[in-house]
Design a protein around this ligand. Structure first.
Ligand code: GLA
Length: 395
């Protein structure tokens, strides 16, 4: 929906006039390569999308937050003095969780009417939750700073960190920093090379020389809350503890090279843990190779590394599953495809492929038909447009 229409809808729901209405937005992301590395202090390479969460808001004079989504019935109400009481509600906990964490960090949370419009598909691995969290954090921090006479712009890296904390403490998902960081700090026509160990980053131009990034949604919903994500995390911690006993100077798996792993892997007795660790360390090396390839204009090499990333996530990390693997297999059969892999946490959600521009129509028709025939699920396709990180949209 256009902003004008959203404001109209806001006024239909909450009444009153347009005076005091403000608009904030933050995007979803697609991760090009570097999966399940962020919580291991490794590298990631996501791009922010044009798909986003938009918030139409107006302050209230009382202590109430009133939240409504454009695609859901009903208004959720929360008291700003009891923000810890809404964990686990069916909708609204991401927003209230962010308000709660910001409040605990000294931000003033004001009463407000809020209309949320999401164009990031829910549960599709494109960070719909980070888009909600980061837009909400930006909004409350902007208003709080104004109230307190702070004129510096909101620190978006801090917003990413607080949004991640809200997901840990309020939503109970032990996620890494990639999604919130990409949503906060992305840049149109660029991907973001982020070192999750120290949060140093660089925007890299996405020059694909006539190729497109196509996202394929398996429409198999993943549930991040599902224990598997946290289970992978603890397997990595277990593997790292063993390696650290031989290399005490290391602080995370991201510090360990493939050569060092080779020299010490006999110490890891659990074969599953060894495969998890091998994925993380090899994936980190692939991110560096992929960025070098992109910067050199070698997109076929970038595609090969995406393929290798998927295969490692399928065989060693075991987070793909039938739908993602089928989508990737069908994509790789199209001659104009340079590379294809799952993106995000896995277990469902989306794949990302680099496709020659004049093969995109064939890709969507053929992969769509064959995927549906094999899985019985109708997929969706998005030819990716990258966008900027979170910001206020001035009216
Ligand atoms: C989810 C998490 C991220 C990251 C990816 C896997 O999207 O939110 O922090 O761990 O999975 O790369």
């Amino acid at each position: 929906m256009e902003i004008k229409e959203l404001i109209k809808e806001f006024l239909n729901i909450f009444g009153g006039s347009e005076d005091g209405i403000r608009v904030f937005a933050s995007p979803g992301r697609v991760n090009l390569i570097g999966e399940h590395t962020d919580y291991n202090g490794g590298y990631v390479f996501p791009a922010a999308l044009k798909m986003k969460t938009t918030i139409i808001m107006r302050k209230r004079d009382d202590n109430l937050l009133r939240l409504k989504a454009t695609d859901l019935d009903g208004i959720v109400e929360a008291d700003i003095n009891k923000l810890d009481c809404y964990k686990g509600i069916p909708w609204g906990d991401y927003q209230i969780g962010v308000a709660y964490i910001l409040q605990n960090h000294g931000y003033d949370i004001c009463g407000a009417d809020l209309l949320y419009d999401d164009t990031v598909p829910h549960g599709g691995g494109l960070s719909s939750s980070a888009a909600i969290e980061v837009s909400t954090a930006l909004m409350f921090a902007t208003l709080s700073n104004e109230k307190n006479g702070i004129s510096e712009p909101v620190d978006m890296i801090e917003m990413a960190k607080l949004a991640q904390q809200a997901e840990h403490e309020y939503a109970g998902v032990n996620c890494g920093i990639m999604d919130q960081f990409a949503s906060a700090m992305g840049k149109e026509n660029h991907a973001l090379f982020l070192d999750c160990k120290d949060l140093s980053y660089k925007h890299v131009p996405l020059e694909l020389n006539g190729r497109k990034i196509v996202i394929s949604n398996t429409n198999k919903k993943h549930s991040l809350g599902a224990s598997k994500y946290n289970e992978r995390r603890s397997q990595c911690e277990e593997g790292f503890a063993v390696l650290k006993s031989a290399m005490p100077e290391k602080t995370c798996l991201g510090d360990i090279t493939l050569q060092e792993l080779e020299a010490h892997k006999h110490l890891i007795k659990d074969e599953i843990v060894l495969r998890r660790v091998s994925h993380v360390i090899s994936e980190d090396a692939r991110v560096l190779d992929a960025i070098a390839a992109l910067e050199a204009g070698d997109i076929p090499r970038f595609g090969e590394l995406m393929n290798a990333s998927h295969d490692s996530l399928r065989d060693d990390y075991e987070v793909t599953g039938f739908e993602l693997d089928t989508m990737v297999e069908e994509a790789r059969k199209i001659s104009g495809v340079l590379g294809s892999r799952m993106t995000g946490a896995g277990f469902g959600g989306c794949t990302v492929s680099i496709v020659e521009s004049d093969s995109v129509d064939e890709f969507i028709a053929e992969v769509g038909k064959n995927y549906e025939a094999k899985t019985g699920i109708k997929p969706d396709f998005y030819v990716t447009e990258t966008g900027d990180g979170g910001k206020e949209i001035l009216l």
